[in-house]
Design a protein around this ligand. Structure first.
Ligand SMILES: Cc1ncc(COP(=O)(O)O)c(C=O)c1O
Length: 440
């Protein structure tokens, strides 16, 4: 390829000249290689990865099983198109996903390429199954960058600004952001009252019999790792059921072990009608899918769903290897231990550093919300961003999120070693100390 000889400085010039600014960059580094929870760049710098390619490499970079599966498949055939000549990895993966997804009912699965495509497909399937059009999404939700998923997404800048008009028949409800309760109640006593607003919604916004789907993230991803209680989701699911609305979980970011279970809805004992998966499903390969109730999944007519690359053989083989890796490497147990370590550490920081307003998350999908005043909860966006920059400058990849960009989140590979984790956390703590001393 030749690129190995170019350093980041030269590559940055090419990037600036030939790639528009729209696709954002968190660092100015160019990757040379990656393994487990470490990325090396073309200048020989090493990063401990708490970002995981935005939640894509739960099994770690270049997991040996994933690499072997991709190589083996590439030597057999790379693409036939599932619609032209079918192949075993697609149907085997569909079977596996149906077995793994929560719910003691018959399921089916189909595959696409990106998280946004999975969400688009889920909406199409729900509309086809219900013969209704409305879709309910949530404040601070993120579902992708295509027209429909950008419409479902609630943050305007940068995701929607200048890109309208948006898709019709999309409605929005408050999300159970308990730290900043949308209806001013106390989490300890509210009984998830914000979920009941859905009943008023059917009076004031759209009739239940016109609503095809309600799509919700079990933990807000880009929206700030907001983690509602079980009661919230069980109420939403029950209202959907009563009204014939397809309950869709967008598990694109929460899925595939991120929260210590394969799917986050398992923490709540709930089985959504449809679940969207992507990101860590493919172990780094582009792959997404929708899995759910057989009768709903099977509603669209022949040719109504699909696509040229959907469920590419290399991606499906990679995903089958990911599932094997979860079983053989006991990754869910590792994830739970990792989550405990992060929770303990973050809770101790919450006691120590005034700048932190809340520690939250599910398992190792954890976050710290920064506030400049614990009473007013004014978002401390500059400090959260300063911490992320401090960490990147010291070799730790760390991402912010949240409507105000004032939340720091962890998406490290679950295979991270104790030593790498400790080194990463030490950098974070050093940054927090600098902030508390007013030096950042
Ligand atoms: C919850 C959720 N849904 C959908 C998407 C869109 O996925 P993609 O970027 O693969 O289209 C994302 C991406 O971050 C996500 O977090």
């Amino acid at each position: 390829m030749g690129q190995e000889h170019d350093n980041a400085h030269d590559l940055q010039k090419l990037r600036d000249r030939y790639v528009p600014k729209g696709p954002f960059n968190v660092t100015r580094s160019f990757a040379a290689s990656a393994e487990g929870a470490v990325i090396r760049d073309v200048d020989g710098r090493e990063f401990i990865d708490f970002a995981g390619g935005i939640g894509v490499v739960n099994v770690g970079h270049c997991h040996p099983k994933v690499v072997a599966a991709i190589k083996d498949q590439a030597e057999k055939f790379i693409h036939t198109c599932f619609h032209i000549v079918m192949y075993e990895p697609y149907v085997r993966l569909a079977q596996k996903l149906c077995e793994l997804a929560p719910g003691d009912f018959d399921k089916m699965a189909l595959f696409a390429n990106s998280g946004a495509e999975a969400v688009e497909n889920a909406v199409k399937i729900a509309r086809s199954a219900t013969k209704r059009q409305g879709v309910i999404a949530f404040e601070n939700g993120f579902h992708g960058r295509t027209l429909l998923t950008m419409t479902l997404t609630s943050k305007v800048k940068p995701y929607k600004f200048g890109f309208g008009p948006f898709a019709p028949e999309v409605y929005r409800m408050p999300y159970a952001y308990c730290y900043r309760c949308p209806i001013g109640l106390d989490k300890a006593t509210c009984g998830a009252a914000c979920a009941d607003l859905l009943k008023d919604f059917f009076i004031g916004q759209a009739a239940a019999e016109n609503v095809a789907a309600l799509i919700v993230e079990p933990v807000l991803g880009e929206g700030g790792f907001v983690t509602p209680p079980t009661q919230y989701f069980s109420k939403l699911a029950a209202i959907c059921k009563e009204n014939g609305i397809v309950f869709v979980a967008d598990e694109v970011q929460t899925g595939f072990g991120r929260t210590g279970k394969i799917f986050a809805m398992e923490h709540h004992g709930l089985a959504p009608d449809l679940t969207c998966v992507a990101k860590s499903l493919g172990g780094g390969m582009p792959l997404s899918g929708v899995v759910g109730r057989r009768e709903v999944m099977d509603a669209p007519q022949v040719g109504g769903t699909g696509g040229t690359f959907g469920g590419n053989p290399l991606s499906c083989r990679a995903a089958l290897a990911v599932i094997e890796a979860f079983e053989e490497d006991k990754l869910l147990e590792r994830a739970q231990r990792l989550g405990d370590t992060l929770q303990k550490r973050f809770s101790s920081w919450l006691k120590e550093y005034e700048i932190l307003g809340e520690e939250r998350g599910l398992g190792p999908m954890r976050a710290l919300e920064f506030v400049s005043d614990r009473k007013t909860k004014a978002p401390a966006t500059a400090q959260a961003k300063a911490l992320a920059k401090f960490c990147v400058d010291r070799g730790l990849l760390l991402l912010s999120c949240g409507a105000h960009g004032n939340v720091i989140r962890t998406l490290m590979p679950l295979v991270i070693t104790d030593d790498q984790l400790e080194r990463g956390l030490a950098i974070m703590e050093e940054g927090l100390r600098e902030i508390s001393l007013g030096r950042l």
